[in-house]
Design a protein around this ligand. Sequence first.
Ligand code: PA5
Ligand code: MN
Length: 190
Amino acid sequence: MSTIQDASRLYSKFDPRTGTIDAAPRLERRLADLRGCFHDAQAYERALEQDNPLVYSVASVEPADGSGDLHCGLGVLQPGLIGNEYFLTKGHLHTWRDAAEIYICLSGEGAMLLEDEASPGSRLVPMQANSIVYVPGHTAHRTINTGNEPLVYLGVYPATAGHDYQAISRRNFQSVVVSRDGHPCLLPRT
Ligand code: PA5
Ligand code: MN
């Protein structure tokens, strides 16, 4: 068998329980990093007075950054509520707007909130183990954990996509996903 000269570019092992990928950086977002994301600002401040829990982590493997290359993130989004709104990711558009992304859900129960930048309205796509969600280009995307256990997924996207958080931090998503009688419900943000 020939030796793999640069194995780190070709092969990675990940652990879905810890949200780590061998030798890859891992970013953590805690509740304090999500100011402005939740619709109930008072519930957010009350929760933050009690604790600053880990909401999600993303470990990223970025083997090369040429125009044809791919990057991959292992996301672990914890279960929880702020008021009646489920734990969520910040959400973003890709800096290179044409860039699409594939999410492969490994475990947990959740949903992907999608909003096309050019047309009003939201779409909520289910995420559960063994499902694939396609995020088209020009589409803001936010992951939401609607279950009782961590939502674990891999996101694969062009290396040159980039993460643009600014548009979302200015106007947020048009819709919120809240728990009603224990079930997820998509409502317009008021
Ligand atoms: O690249 C992606 O779309 C994902 O890996 C996200 O970065 C991950 O879900 C975390 O979300 P956000 O980047 O919006 O904080
Ligand atoms: Mn993305």
